[in-house]
Design a protein around this ligand. Structure first.
Ligand SMILES: C[S@@+](CC[C@H](N)C(=O)[O-])C[C@H]1O[C@@H](n2cnc3c(N)ncnc32)[C@H](O)[C@@H]1O
Length: 221
């Protein structure tokens, strides 16, 4: 069984995502082996596709927004759902959130979040529980780049609308993924995010931050 902490240390470099230079993360880069490993090679080591090893465009935009609009998290209990590297959670902690929970069902992401929080002296709790459907009372819920798969998006958005109806501020960062809702959201900001050609089909992606609307009839479509 591959040890997540050893694997992360051996296969990443501590670098800053282009849009969030004030945060350092253990990420895959062209110069470390993780970049070249195929899904089969990873599976043989017991490692799921390493989403946590990249700062996705949606997460970069959302982290930038949180750092530049601290009031969305300041003194508020905050959840970063589908945290991956922990980038958005770390941004929320830096922006003065009362507490930050980073949720990701992948145990390698869990280890990466903890390592990355320490690297940035950020206080972040982490869980591998699937929180969709839970009645947690976070005042702000942050969701970076999660609309890439239909079943997950549908389940997640239904739950987020319910959380918004219960008073949570729900912010989504998204670069135009296939299952991002076409309505029921309000665009707050747009960024041009530098990505990598190995992940995306282009070098930059226009990526927006949205607020999920909770009024009856205004939900996502
Ligand atoms: C595309 S990555 C986005 C990571 C990060 N938010 C960012 O923008 O860089 C999606 C992440 O969601 C996680 N994920 C998938 N389903 C999940 C669930 N039900 N609960 C929590 N995390 C989940 C995956 O493990 C992966 O790390």
């Amino acid at each position: 069984m591959t040890d997540p902490v050893q694997f992360i240390r051996a296969n990443t470099a501590l670098v800053s995502p282009p849009l969030v230079p004030e945060v350092k993360l253990h990420l895959a880069t062209e110069v470390v082996p993780l970049w070249q490993l195929t899904e089969e090679e990873l599976a043989a080591k017991g490692v799921a596709p390493p989403y946590w090893a990249f700062a996705w465009a949606g997460g970069q935009a959302l982290a930038r927004y949180v750092l530049d609009h601290r009031e969305v998290v300041a003194e508020k209990s905050t959840l970063d759902f589908g945290s991956g590297s922990g980038l958005v959670a770390i941004a929320a902690a830096r922006a003065g959130a009362e507490s930050v929970l980073a949720a990701d069902i992948d145990e390698f992401a869990h280890a990466a979040i903890k390592l990355n929080a320490v690297a940035n002296a950020a206080i972040v709790s982490a869980t591998t529980d699937d929180l969709i459907g839970s009645d947690g009372n976070w005042r702000t819920i942050l969701v970076g780049d999660m609309c890439y798969e239909r079943p997950l998006s549908e389940r997640l958005l239904a739950w987020l609308v319910d959380r918004a109806a219960h008073g949570a501020t729900v912010l989504l960062g998204d670069p135009g993924r296939s299952y991002f809702p076409k309505g029921g959201v309000k665009r707050l900001a747009t960024y041009r995010v530098q990505t990598t050609r190995d992940l995306e089909d282009r070098e930059t992606r226009e990526t927006s931050v949205y607020r999920l609307l909770a009024l009856p009839g205004d939900g996502p479509t």
